[in-house]
Design a protein around this ligand. Structure first.
Ligand SMILES: NC(=O)c1ccc[n+]([C@@H]2O[C@H](COP(=O)([O-])OP(=O)(O)OC[C@H]3O[C@@H](n4cnc5c(N)ncnc54)[C@H](OP(=O)(O)O)[C@@H]3O)[C@@H](O)[C@H]2O)c1
Length: 231
């Protein structure tokens, strides 16, 4: 069975993706900081009959990243890394003039440095997979200039560029940066608490990720809505 590491898998998109991969028979290594929510998510996903290792920790901790890859090794190898855990830098978001620099550093550390650190740790196993892939969960905010999304957006732009270069440097892998589009999750509510407009569920976005895995298009940046609509 293929094996995936998904960071930020206790809720939102990460959890939805974990459920969908488990339904397809993937064994999983799941991460989040909050131990209770992660355990609950892992138990729910494991009901599909797959092996699930729940490894609580912060992706910015190098030792924790090593533990995630070691857990995958214990499941027999590693075929997919999904860097999904993310920090906003300020909750709620604020304009750049007021953005605490410590918040920007945190967004860069979680969204960029930790994502690369995990890939570096995982590369030997990914290169040994017949179909190794890396998914960097990006954002529209990394490509467009939205008021108050500047720090977070800058981190996602950096993540996109790391993914693009990794795709060139590792032609044996697929490296996809994926903009999932807006979703009704805790992250969005924390970013813009006053915005009550309805948004798609994370589950509705998951088919985009499954399509990438099924069709294995070239490494590059993809938008989930277009993938879901079959474009
Ligand atoms: N929601 C949107 O509208 C939207 C739009 C564009 C892109 N995205 C991207 O989609 C991805 C998923 O976001 P989401 O909306 O599903 O968020 P979410 O529902 O808030 O879930 C975030 C997950 O990441 C975990 N996490 C956060 N920081 C972590 C850390 N330092 N180490 C380990 N785990 C951590 C959280 O658990 P703990 O807090 O317990 O650690 C949780 O499991 C993110 O990359 C986000 O930037 C979201």
């Amino acid at each position: 069975m293929p094996v995936a590491i998904i960071t930020g898998a206790s809720k939102g998109l990460g959890r939805a993706l974990a459920g969908a991969l488990a339904a397809r028979g993937w064994d999983l290594v799941l991460d989040a900081r909050g131990e209770a929510a992660l355990k609950e998510a892992a138990e729910s996903v494991a009901e599909r009959g797959v092996r699930v290792a729940a490894v609580p920790g912060d992706v910015t901790d190098a030792g924790h990243r090593a533990d995630l890859v070691a857990a995958a090794r214990g499941l027999g190898g590693l075929d997919l890394v999904v860097s999904n855990a993310s920090a906003l830098g300020a909750e709620p978001l604020v304009r750049l003039g007021e953005l605490p620099l410590a918040g920007l550093r945190r967004a860069l550390e979680v969204n960029v440095v930790a994502a690369l650190g995990l890939v570096q740790e995982a590369l030997p196993l990914l290169r040994g997979s017949a179909a190794g892939a890396v998914v960097a969960v990006s954002s529209d905010a990394g490509a467009e200039a939205y008021e108050t999304w500047g720090g977070y957006g800058a981190s996602k732009a950096a993540l996109d560029q790391l993914a693009a270069v990794l795709g060139v440097e590792e032609p044996g892998l697929r490296v996809w940066a994926v903009d999932p589009g807006d979703m009704a999750t805790g992250l969005y509510a924390a970013a813009v608490p006053d915005d009550d407009d309805p948004r798609p569920s994370p589950e509705s976005v998951v088919p985009a990720f499954l399509r990438l895995l099924d069709e294995r298009p070239a490494s590059g940046r993809y938008g989930a809505p277009a993938l879901v609509e079959g474009r």
